[in-house]
Design a protein around this ligand. Structure first.
Ligand code: GAR
Length: 207
């Protein structure tokens, strides 16, 4: 009888309602999933995802960024300390709306992934759905990528596409993209946690 491979201890960082977080938690309940969601960290006490995570029996921490003022790195040191106490190996950003400093990103390089609601490299940053509509694209979607110091510029692990339909407004398009996010992110995290996908010298390697 062979031992099961260890599941990678993963933290999810959130700022809001946590639908991607909930999808990752649900996927990780599967017996063969290669990641275990060991911790959810929010930078806002009112993040709805905190309550959802607790309801699923996942450990949570709220580290409010506001007392740290402009000192982003001091906030990140507090987050980093908690991640280390909890022996976290991988981080999945899921609607985490703080820009991370190069200090934090380099510390977690190759072990830090994000989901972004656009087909990167298109529409980095915020308000992606409104900008896609304004640009008149016929196709939109979401991307999971390794995080690098430059915002939303890291190597892409996986993407899902949706059509932009006549009459779409921001809400309709966001909902269509989110539906894809909830499938794409658990798949991408599994690929990284199992080692099938890795960041090697700044490039995504698949094995
Ligand atoms: C998601 O659409 C996610 O892709 C996006 O925020 C939403 C969070 O929703 N992330 C970003 O814009 C990151 N720059 P959720 O909290 O319900 O998962």
């Amino acid at each position: 009888m062979s031992a099961e491979p260890p599941r990678r201890r993963t933290a999810i960082l959130i700022s809001g309602r946590g639908s991607n977080m909930a999808a990752l938690i649900a996927a990780a309940q599967g017996p063969d999933y290669p990641a275990e969601i060991a911790l959810v960290v929010a930078n806002r006490p009112d993040a709805g995802g905190l309550e959802r995570a607790r309801g699923e029996g996942v450990a949570t921490a709220c580290i409010d960024h506001r007392p740290f003022g402009r000192d982003r790195e001091a906030f990140e040191r507090a987050v980093d300390e908690r991640l280390r106490i909890d022996q976290i190996e991988l981080i999945a950003l899921a609607g985490f709306m703080r820009i991370l400093t190069p200090w934090f990103v380099r510390r977690w390089e190759g072990r830090l992934i994000n989901i972004h609601p656009s087909l990167l490299p298109l529409f980095r940053g915020t308000h992606t759905h409104a900008r896609a509509l304004e640009a008149g694209v016929t196709e939109h979607g979401c991307s999971v990528h390794f995080v690098v110091p430059e915002l939303d510029a890291g190597p892409v692990i996986a993407q899902a596409r949706v059509p932009v339909l006549p009459g779409d407004d921001e809400g309709a398009l966001a909902a269509r993209v989110l539906e894809q996010e909830l499938t794409l992110y658990p798949q991408a995290l599994a690929e990284v946690a199992s080692g099938r996908v890795a960041l090697v010298e700044g490039v995504v390697r698949r094995s």
